[in-house]
Design a protein around this ligand. Sequence first.
Ligand SMILES: Cc1cc2nc3c(=O)[nH]c(=O)nc-3n(C[C@H](O)[C@H](O)[C@H](O)COP(=O)(O)OP(=O)(O)OC[C@H]3O[C@@H](n4cnc5c(N)ncnc54)[C@H](O)[C@@H]3O)c2cc1C
Length: 399
Amino acid sequence: MASPAAASAAMSAAGGPDEAFLAEVRAFLDVALTPDLRLAGRRTLGVHSEIGACRLWHRRLFERGWIAPAWPTAWGGTGWSARQRFLFDRECALNDAPVLFAGGLRSLGPLLIEAGTPLQQQRYLPAILSGEDLWCQGFSEPGAGSDLAAIATRAERRGEHYVVNGSKIWTTGAHLSNRMFAIVRTADGEKRQQGLTFLLIDMDSPGLTVVPIIGLDGEHEFNQVFFDEVRVPVASRVGDENDGWSIAKRLMQLARSNNTPAALVRRVLRRTAEAIAAAGDELEPELRARLAGLEIELMAFEQLELAALPTGRPRAGEQTAPSMLKLVGSELHQKVAELALEVAGPQAIAPLSAIGLAGEAIDDGARVVAKHFVVRAATVYSGSSETQRNVIARSLLAG
Ligand SMILES: Cc1cc2nc3c(=O)[nH]c(=O)nc-3n(C[C@H](O)[C@H](O)[C@H](O)COP(=O)(O)OP(=O)(O)OC[C@H]3O[C@@H](n4cnc5c(N)ncnc54)[C@H](O)[C@@H]3O)c2cc1C
């Protein structure tokens, strides 16, 4: 297994013209990624790093003009090619940059650029870029997960407001966010998908309550959010009333295409390679062979990522590429986390109380177990693997 420096060098040697770009990125990371930020990046277990480090890293990238590489330049993007964006993400992973809390950057921002009103774009996009606004996603409900059209949270139009009642569940980072994008039921259409509307909701709205849910890893990442007569201005609706399904589907395409990027898997593979190197001759040779196999799978996934989304964003209506990337990326992520667990061996028999301290100074064994639990969820959130297979099958059979 190559060291980070060797892996970086191999990548740039493969693409000579990338050298100047990589030199610029590395010079920035050398200074901007202070030891505390690298430590937070290394300790990341969940879908984002510790929130203080996220905010600081977000700020540094924003000040450098590199916070939203995939956005159009008119809205603050970098103008980089897909390959440059890939190299940048990879370099961040190899240098333990914190993983951002990025629902606004990765899903809502690109959606508003396509489908928001000018007023929504001016109000929300700059605050997503600067990190002032953090967005959570209010889609799932106790009775609506894979079957999202079963949404029952209702919004009734009263003058220039919608009044929302009901609840959302598994809302990642609702306790950290000041805004939520959500789909709610505004009508009972002939088809269940027809009566949904996409709203932007302030988390400090009167009547909105966030209740924590503690995960299997002992961490507080997601929540249940209750709405009791919550008033949302009609101007905060994206798209037409009762057309929220098509808006939500587009957002999911944008989100899935960057949900488990290769760079995220590379972080875990790197940790595993370090553990294997540290174990020396005591380790079963079969585990080394599996590491080599997973490195090859990851390299293939990196190429898939580059080939499937040459512009970095799926075309509207494009179903297969985002689902394929989500499916392959999340399942590979799990395979790597499973190998890490086997490499840790008896060290991975950690008490749950130790895992509960996941963000702090826990030992490597507990960390590997906590990571394993967290990565189990990767094939569930943002649409389960079965859902992705259904989407791919439907689109292939229709074509
Ligand atoms: C860590 C984590 C974070 C999350 N964050 C958010 C968030 O921020 N916002 C949000 O809105 N939601 C969030 N979710 C919820 C997530 O989107 C749902 O868990 C997911 O859509 C699955 O829904 P469900 O949990 O109700 O499972 P179910 O839909 O009940 O599915 C249970 C099982 O049945 C399978 N299944 C269901 N239907 C079919 C079918 N038609 N064909 C074949 N198999 C099927 C599924 O694949 C799954 O294996 C999060 C979930 C997790 C685990």
